[in-house]
Unconditional design. Structure first.
Length: 195
């Protein structure tokens, strides 16, 4: 089974994707994690992406579409299914994903929006930065109030238009992202049903 989790930065996509990965074995595909790994490894993609990511803007469609098209073909993803977290982030990416899947005769079974209010996002990113610091890990360069504002603006302008894109095709489902983490997981499991 293949899924997409949609929602603004800090809505809990990553947390829920990890839980679904643990429960069902779907492979979590987070373009943010992949890009951060590329930055850490100093690859050419990483070098191109770093400044854009630190500024809270979007890396080019060409780069992320390339990363995802390659990854969905790998055998672990083909065998276990995937859960996309942080991709697509533009209508162009959504259309490219549809084309890639159609070409391979594969489908996306659930496209799920996590609905949240914006103030909660600031509180969550703040908590994530504090917990990361307390655990002695490095805080993400883009997890600060100023960059978050920018990321939410980018979400509204460039990513939110993919919601009507999927809705027009009758493919969009949603969960209440303001509920507790466990409750959101339950709502997702209900939508996913028997696997
Ligand atoms: P995330 O971890 O999903 O919040 O992503 C962190 C940053 O990586 C974003 O603010 C973007 O700069 C970049 N990024 C991640 N996924 C994408 C994507 N699908 N398209 C463009 N940029 C992305």
């Amino acid at each position: 089974m293949n899924l997409i989790l949609l929602g603004p930065p800090g809505c809990g996509k990553g947390t829920q994707a990890k839980r679904l990965q643990d429960k069902y074995g779907f492979v979590q595909l987070s373009t943010g994690d992949m890009l951060r790994a590329a930055v850490a490894a100093g690859t050419e993609i990483g070098r191109k992406a770093k400044a854009v990511m630190d500024a809270g803007k979007l890396v080019s469609d060409e780069i992320v579409i390339g990363i995802i098209s390659d990854r969905v073909d790998e055998s672990d993803v083909v065998d276990n299914g995937f859960i996309l977290d942080g991709f697509p982030r533009t209508v162009e990416q959504a259309a490219a994903l549809d084309a890639v899947m159609a070409e391979k005769g594969r489908t996306i079974d659930h496209i799920i929006e996590m609905k949240v209010d914006e103030q909660a996002l600031f509180d969550r990113i703040d908590t994530r930065a504090r917990e990361t610091a307390a655990a002695g890990q490095e805080i993400r360069a883009d997890d600060n109030p100023e960059t978050l504002k920018k990321r939410i603006l980018v979400y509204r302008e460039q990513t939110a238009p993919i919601l009507p894109y999927y809705e027009a095709q009758g493919r969009l489902e949603s969960v209440d992202g303001m509920a507790s983490i466990d409750e959101v997981t339950k709502q997702l499991e209900t939508l996913i049903g028997d696997v």
